[in-house]
Each structure stands twice: as C-alpha cells, then as structure tokens.
Write a protein that binds this ligand. Structure first.
Ligand code: NAI
Length: 336
C-alpha cells in the first residue's frame, strides 16, 4: 500500500523543514508519494490567493496533506490560508498532542497532553458588523452538531489510545447558551463512554492550573478560541512551538502541520529545526496505520534528543537542519 500525500512546503523555513521530513520518512521506508501543491507566497504569485482551488482539489483527492508554515499578511484583506484550508475542507478537529521531549530547553517535566480544538465555530466564523459607529458585534456561533462531532472524535481517540480522563473546557457560567451547548454535547456523547473519566472546567481555572502542574491533565476538549490560545500555552509548557506537531482532521481529509510560523529571521540559512513537521508527519503515519514506521522514527528522534550532540540552535545546540536530520536517519533501525 502506498499513500499519496499532498505536500504544501510553505513559506520561509517551510521548504527546509518539509525537505528534512521527507528525507527521514524516505529513510524510514514510509510508503509515501508526495504531490506538491502551491500555497502561501508561491500561490499568491501564481493564483492571487494563498490557498488556491488546485491545492484544495489535490488534498480532497488524496485525503491526506502535510503542510509547512504559511505566512499570513497582517491586514491587506487576505484571509488566513490556514483558516481558509480548515473551512474549505471542513477540518473540524484540531488535534495537538503536547509532550515533554528530552533535552528541550524550558520544557516543563511530565507534560503529556492531548488537546482537541473545535475548528469551525465560535468567534472564528468571522461574522462581525458595526451596529452603530463605534460599536461592533462579533458573533460567536455554537451548534449541537459541531459540539457532538468533536466530542465523539475525542472520545473515540481516547478509547483507541487508552487515554483515561477528559476535561471539557468552557465558560458556561458566562455564556450559558453557546458554551452550555458545547458542554451539553460533551455530556450527551460522553454518556456512551462510561469507562472514560469525564470532567468539566472553566477555561480560567484551567489557565491557572496548567502552568502550575500540567501533569494533572490528560485530554482537553476546547472550543475554537480557547483552543487556539491554550494549545499555544500548552506548547510553551513543552518548550515552545518549534517542537510541537499538529493536525486538522475532517471526515473527508486530514492535513498534518507544523504549528510554528515561517521563521523569516532564519529562513534559507539551514538552521531550522524540522522536528515539528517531522512529528506531524509521524502523526500522519499513525493516522493511516503505519505504526511500526512511526515508532521507529519516534525512537530515532528521542535518541538524538537524549544524546544532545546534534541539536539545532533553538534547542541549545550548534547543528544545522542537515546535521540534525542526518543524526535522526542514523538512529533509524538498520532494516528501515
Ligand atoms: P515564528 O514561529 O515564525 O517565529 C517565532 C520565533 O521562533 C523566531 O525566532 C523563529 O526563528 C523561531 N522558530 C520558529 N520555528 C522554528 C523552527 N522550526 N526552528 C527554529 N526556530 C524556529 O512566528 P512569527 O515570527 O510570529 O511568524 C512569522 C510568520 O509565520 C508570520 O507571517 C505568521 O503569520 C506566520 N505563521 C504561520 C503559522 C502557520 O502557518 N501555521 C503559525 C504561526 C505564524
């Protein structure tokens, strides 16, 4: 079985980190054929938009994508390419596992969290209007359907992965209708999973408790805005965005992506850490059931991090992208 995966190399360090990832996957024997598609700056030049139809069609066809970081111009009327991608393909699950890795500076010990972010609703529906001059209204949307499908995805993931406890995070005391509906959907779907421990918590309490002791949490189910903010906070607990993978998953397609940006300050210098994209590609391998190859890559990454001799600058080392990548390849099992 070979998998055809749409590759969005991305801007800035994107081609460097996705290139390194492809090298490791090839060395590990991952049965993947890449179909390169334009996005970000390249797509702006060729098509006048950062996420063109040809790229969306490629992902729809292959149902799998790997994405490097894309620059989002601030202002200027461009819609974020990342938001456009999620909306066009209805990638309603924002999945971000956050773990403490060896030798990552600033990492909180014992972080092992999985965050599920509802990707399609909340304040991200982009519905805003000016009621009177000086007064604007931004609409926060919440439907039972969206709450139920993300809750079911989280519970199914937990059942499959043997995860024990989920916290549904909300502000139902302030927004009893919208957040109350999200909490209600969680409870309704959760009734089908009595063997999973289910709790709920205010987003403010969660923000207090996470930095005190993240090891007390396991799986977090979040709405769009709080999910966006807290997934970055959790990445910070594990040492920063440069080491955290992510995925946006829908019924018909899944796109795996680095959550860091294009790092324009180091782009083209061979210094970028490819770990976030590589671990995202590993999530893709797990998603399609290539567990053994994913495990081999994970163990090789762990070995290189623990050894500490070939780390990139952001991890406190002196190695460039090529040396770090080669060290991972050298630590793959010989049969790979
Ligand atoms: P950034 O994540 O690109 O950079 C922040 C700092 O982290 C910089 O010092 C950078 O050198 C470093 N860094 C990031 N990734 C790294 C890696 N893999 N290896 C080593 N160092 C790394 O965030 P910034 O500067 O706020 O954004 C730059 C551009 O990226 C903007 O256009 C922004 O819109 C875009 N962006 C795209 C994202 C995506 O496509 N998912 C996410 C975040 C930002």
């Amino acid at each position: 079985m070979r998998y055809r995966v749409t590759l969005l190399e991305g801007d800035g360090i994107g081609p460097e980190v996705t290139g390194a990832t492809r090298e490791v996957l090839a060395a590990a024997g991952a049965p993947i054929e890449w179909e390169r598609a334009p996005a970000g700056g390249e797509a702006m030049e060729r098509f006048g938009e950062p996420m063109p139809q040809v790229t969306l069609d490629s992902i729809r066809r292959n149902r799998l994508g790997l994405k490097g970081p894309l620059m989002t111009p601030k202002g200027g009327g461009f819609r974020s390419a990342n938001v456009a991608l999620r909306q066009a393909l209805d990638l309603f699950v924002g999945l971000r596992p956050v773990r403490t890795l060896p030798n990552v500076p600033g990492a909180f010990p014992g972080v092992d969290l999985v965050l599920f972010r509802e990707n399609t609703e909340d304040l991200y529906a982009g519905i805003e209007h000016e009621v009177t001059p000086g007064t604007v209204v931004s609409v926060k949307t919440s439907t039972d359907r969206a709450g139920e499908r993300i809750a079911r995805w989280a519970f199914e993931y937990m059942r499959y992965r043997g995860r024990r406890t989920v916290h549904c995070c909300h502000k139902a005391n302030i927004n009893p209708l919208s957040d109350g509906a999200f909490l209600g959907a969680f409870r309704q779907v959760g009734a089908e999973y009595p063997y999973i421990q289910q709790k709920d918590i205010g987003v403010d309490s969660l923000s207090l408790l996470l930095p005190l002791d993240p090891s007390q949490f396991d799986v977090l189910l979040l709405q769009n805005l709080s999910g966006d903010i807290l997934s970055d906070l959790c990445a910070g607990l594990a040492g920063g965005l440069g080491v955290v993978p992510g995925a946006n998953i829908g019924t018909h397609a899944a796109v795996f992506e680095a959550v860091h940006g294009t790092a324009p300050d180091i782009a083209g210098q061979g210094k970028a850490n490819p770990l976030a994209v590589l671990l995202s590609a590993n999530m893709l391998l797990e998603y399609v059931g290539e567990w053994k190859i994913a495990k081999n890559i994970e163990q090789a990454v762990w070995a290189v991090l623990a050894d500490g001799k070939h780390l990139t600058g952001d991890l406190g080392g002196k190695a460039g992208t090529a040396e770090f990548t080669q060290a991972i390849i050298d630590n793959l099992p010989r049969s790979s």
